[in-house]
Design a protein around this ligand. Sequence first.
Ligand SMILES: [Zn+2]
Length: 231
Amino acid sequence: MWAESFPECAGTEQSPIDIDSGEVDAAIEQLKLEKRGAKKSAGIAVDYAKSTTVDVFNNTHTIQGNIPVGAGSFSIGGDTYDLLQFHFHAPSEHAIDGALHPMEMHFVHANSDGDLAVLGVFVDEGRANKVLAPLWADLPEVGETRRVEVTDFRLSRLVPKKPTSVSYMGSLTTPPCSEGVSWFVLNEDQEMSEEQIGRFEEIFSGEEFPEGTRRPVQPLNDREISVTGKN
Ligand SMILES: [Zn+2]
């Protein structure tokens, strides 16, 4: 349906995808073989501020936090991507062997050429997330245009400095579904309490976009997935 207005949504390199753990294991083995001869590993280096302000708002299909310029970036292979914003999906958009996580956070970045790269972080149900607690204390509802400024936001605690990730080329998961987005789905998960997850689900009534926050998995087609980072 999106493809009627946004032709790229019918493309062959769309996100999210279902990640086959067998394929990930094979990629890890390949990485180990390559590392025996390599001097340096080709991982992600994340540089997020210990403390920053965040401009939080409800964009009608998720809660988004805009980050000030310079507060976050990551680099891979000599290329640096600056953090623009982060937002949430419940349940997760990416799947592992068909299984979803309760939530997924997306950290959206762009490099100086305007190419996008997203770090995806799965959220499991567990202990209350203290970093996100200040946001959750006052989440704007759908239709509310107010913006909430959160100060002393402990950004660096949400993503490890040197994460391992499953990487592939994909797209934005909302219209216009633009392709050419580098995806890094991290192996390290975050935790949020049942109450925190429930509070988010309450705001967005359905499971799938546009009522909910999630786009179903898309065909992998002939794309390759790889693994980045230490193993
Ligand atoms: Zn997203």
